[in-house]
Design a binder for this molecule. Structure first.
Ligand code: 4NP
Length: 174
């Protein structure tokens, strides 16, 4: 997955300023905190954490102020990944502040496009557009009502997708 010519990310990369990424799911307690933590972990491992500012948010407001779900914390901790997120709801100004707003599923994507100012809509994408194993399924499945295996699956998707996204920034000169 690439960024079209004229996408603001190209200018941002040239500027040398940190790239700002916002990961978004429904509740901001299961999937997007994992995506945020995994991206941070990978960037730190590559020694490029200073080139990024990452955050996560939810389209819903039910869990505002909460740390991630215990199951997300558990699967992340098993891989040495910490999850700094405290849940918050996505806001219209986020589309100004962030260079990319990455939804976890089609409902998130649709809600984000509804909220985004028209000139910022190109910043709204799906995380799994970068998953080399997505095989046409661009959703990070909601693990909330299932078992721990669903969280392990989300973690694996986030690791593949964030790794590919980071590699793309590297290739683009970020
Ligand atoms: P998330 O998972 O969107 O990945 O944080 C969910 C968390 C909470 C709810 C649904 C999904 N909920 O219905 O409260």
């Amino acid at each position: 997955m690439t960024f079209p010519q004229g996408h603001p990310i190209h200018e941002k990369l040239k500027s040398g300023q940190p790239i700002r990424l916002l990961f978004v799911c429904l509740g901001n307690i299961c999937r997007s905190p994992l995506a945020e933590g995994v991206f941070l972990h990978l960037a730190e491992a590559e020694g490029v954490a200073d080139a990024f500012e990452v955050d996560s948010a939810g389209t819903g407001d039910w869990h505002v102020g909460s740390p991630p779900d215990d199951r997300s914390i558990r699967v992340a901790r098993a891989k040495g990944i910490r999850l700094p997120s405290i849940a918050r709801q996505v806001a219209r100004f986020d589309f100004e502040d962030f260079d990319l707003v990455l939804g976890m599923d089609h409902a998130n994507h649709r809600d984000l496009l509804r909220l985004a100012p028209r000139q910022q809509q190109g910043k709204v994408r799906l995380l799994r557009e970068w998953d080399p194993d997505a095989a046409g399924d661009l959703e990070v499945p909601d693990p909330y009502y299932g078992g721990i295996d669903g969280f392990e699956n989300v973690l694996a998707i986030c690791q593949r997708s964030c790794s590919a996204l980071l590699a793309q920034f590297r290739e683009m000169g970020g």
